[in-house]
Write a protein that binds this ligand. Structure first.
Ligand SMILES: Nc1ncnc2c1ncn2[C@@H]1O[C@H](COP(=O)(O)OP(=O)(O)OP(=O)(O)O)[C@@H](O)[C@H]1O
Ligand SMILES: [Mg+2]
Length: 562
């Protein structure tokens, strides 16, 4: 099915929609989508012309979000096909997708958020400030430019999400329930903005639960349990269902309703939808940011977000301080003194230092990805690579861990809780600790990429920690473990960190030659656990880090894919 549109002469007044090079024609043919073992969308066929505002309505669970993301190319159909302008959907700038969740970080001011989004999405060398200023003006958000996103009202925040999409001047806009939670006036204002975009030539498709949104649209698509129940002009929807109001249409849904006997292409194109083209500026062209630039940009944004999140910073800095205080209270000084050693205390001190390095690494990484999945998904859709994304997390967090590990060793050394070693020994202890923290950070990032929200990440914390306590060799030396435990210990980074620390602290010599009678039996039970060359332990910790980061990268790619 084809549609022809006529290009009207450009009016002098170029309003908010003055940018689009013409919208996208969308054709949905016999599209079905299976999820959770059933068809959540079933044989939907419709087409949408450029310049239209189309609203998808239906009861909760009818398949509105599913259809919207299929039309945008955000997900792929199980059967049938979706075409844009008669061809396959091209990922990138021609499509703007605003999911129901915010796709903006709450910590940053609005203008800065838009500037980061613009740098990620627009070609290298584009002058960013004018682009951001224009979008702020178009969405009537100029007075909020310096306001933190988290402090914006719901409607302003929704417009901020739309703003990130507007930056690239997409030819088609898809919005999932943009008016939900807004008061009627703000909702009408937002619908007016969308109307302006369509008048500029863009194709606008949204889902909604609000009967009043329907009035602002050219076409209404009604879904009933995954099937198309109506597609046509808003004025005729009530007559189609034999009712008098949109509310009654909802009441009819779920019961027996006429099935798919209208399609959107049967709708005559309204004057405004087809003839309202404005002067068109081409979307910015040029080379888009490569992986190195993406990494640098995301690292800067991560640092910016962290710097502004005072509570998170306080927790990140405060928890090591608390743990250090507890170590100082728990362990008496001089446990490593050869004249009066405490072999069992030395095991515990070394283990808890190793576990401290692990725990801080793990917790630093744990909330990094699951808290920004909607942003990540959206940015991946416009070309962000998973590798630079994961590396940018490490770039910002690893230096913090370096400081924490150094502080832990410096304080414990000053308080006489560590052996009386030279700079080389301290350098070795520090290297081990940093490598252990890096492996744990990678594990934290992997867990964060695998779960769906922070509460699941919090539940995963004990699961990640318990084995690193039980099977490391501090509670029970590895040679004394059951075979299963010994095999398990091989896979735990903390074991190799603990044994490397023991190697550098020369516990074997202390236990063999120190004054305590407990030393030799302890040495017997540990066998040659601490005899391994340090480089082997370090190489293993490095392998854990690289391996876990690679798995995280693939997990991020998989979780953020269609
Ligand atoms: N990944 C999935 N696994 C299982 N079921 C799914 C999945 N995705 C969607 N569904 C189911 O498909 C149906 C349609 O989901 P969809 O999100 O499209 O509904 P909706 O019309 O947008 O609902 P709402 O108005 O509540 O947002 C729902 O019953 C939902 O539970
Ligand atoms: Mg939905």
């Amino acid at each position: 099915m084809t549609h022809t549109t006529t290009q009207a002469p450009a009016p002098a007044d170029a309003g908010p929609g003055a940018w689009s090079p013409g919208g996208v024609r969308i054709e949905v043919t016999e599209v079905s989508r299976a999820a959770g073992g059933r068809r959540v969308l079933d044989g939907v066929t419709l087409s949408v012309r450029p310049g239209q505002v189309v609203v998808i309505v239906g009861l909760s669970g009818a398949g509105k979000t599913t259809l919207l993301s299929l039309m945008a190319g955000f997900t792929t159909p199980s059967e049938g096909e979706v075409r844009h302008d008669g061809g396959p959907i091209a990922a990138g700038a021609s499509v703007g997708y605003v999911p129901q969740d915010d796709i903006v970080h709450r910590e940053l001011p609005l203008a800065r958020t838009l500037a980061y989004a613009a740098r990620l999405r627009l070609p290298v060398g584009t002058e960013i400030e004018p682009v951001v200023a224009k979008v702020l003006a178009e969405l009537d958000l100029e007075r909020c430019a310096g306001t933190r996103i988290g402090a914006l009202s719901g409607g302003e925040r929704k417009r901020a999400s739309i703003g990130t999409e507007l930056l690239t001047r997409p030819r088609a806009f898809f919005l999932d329930e943009p008016t939900s939670g807004l008061d009627p006036a703000t909702a009408a204002e937002l619908m007016g903005t969308l109307r302006d975009l369509a008048d500029g030539g863009a194709t606008v498709v949204l889902t909604s639960h609000s009967p009043s949104d329907v009035r602002h649209c050219d076409t209404v698509i009604v879904l009933n349990a995954g099937r198309l129940a109506y597609a046509g002009p808003p004025e005729e929807v009530c007559a189609h269902f034999g009712v008098f109001s949109m509310e009654e249409v909802y009441l009819r849904l779920g019961g027996a309703v006429p099935d798919g006997d209208r399609t959107a292409d049967a709708v005559p194109c309204t004057e405004r939808a087809c003839d309202g083209r404005r002067p068109q500026a081409p979307p910015p062209a040029g080379r888009h940011p490569g992986v190195f630039r993406q990494w640098a940009l995301l690292s800067r944004r991560n640092l910016d977000i962290l710097r502004r999140n005072r509570l998170t910073l306080a927790i990140l800095a405060g928890s090591p301080l608390m743990v250090l205080g507890m170590f100082a209270l728990l362990f008496r000084p001089g446990a490593f003194d050869p004249a009066d050693p405490s072999p069992s205390a030395t095991v515990q001190i070394l283990f808890w230092i190793a576990f401290g390095g692990f725990f801080f690494g793990l917790t630093y990484g744990l909330l990094q990805i699951c808290t920004e999945l909607p942003v990540l998904r959206r940015e991946r859709f416009v070309g962000l690579k998973a590798g630079p994304y994961v590396l940018a997390k490490v770039t910002v967090l690893l230096p913090l861990l370096l400081v924490v590990d150094a502080a832990m060793l410096a304080v414990l050394g000053a308080l006489d809780r560590l052996p009386d070693g030279d700079a080389v020994m301290y350098a070795e202890l520090f290297t081990t600790l940093v490598l252990s923290s890096a492996a744990a950070l990678a594990l934290g990032l992997l867990v964060s990429a695998s779960v769906s929200d922070p509460s699941q990440a919090a539940l995963a914390l004990p699961m990640a920690c318990f084995p690193q306590v039980l099977f490391v060799g501090a509670i029970l030396p590895v040679p004394l473990m059951a075979t299963g435990g010994q095999v398990m210990s091989l896979a735990l980074s903390n074991r190799w960190a603990f044994e490397a620390l023991g190697h550098s602290a020369q516990v074997e010599r202390l236990w063999a030659e120190g004054a305590s009678p407990l030393g030799p039996p302890l040495l017997m039970s540990y066998g040659d656990s601490f005899a391994r060359p340090l480089v082997v332990d370090w190489a293993l910790l490095g392998l854990f880090t690289v391996g876990l980061l690679l798995i995280t990268r693939f997990t991020v790619a998989r979780r953020s894919a269609a």
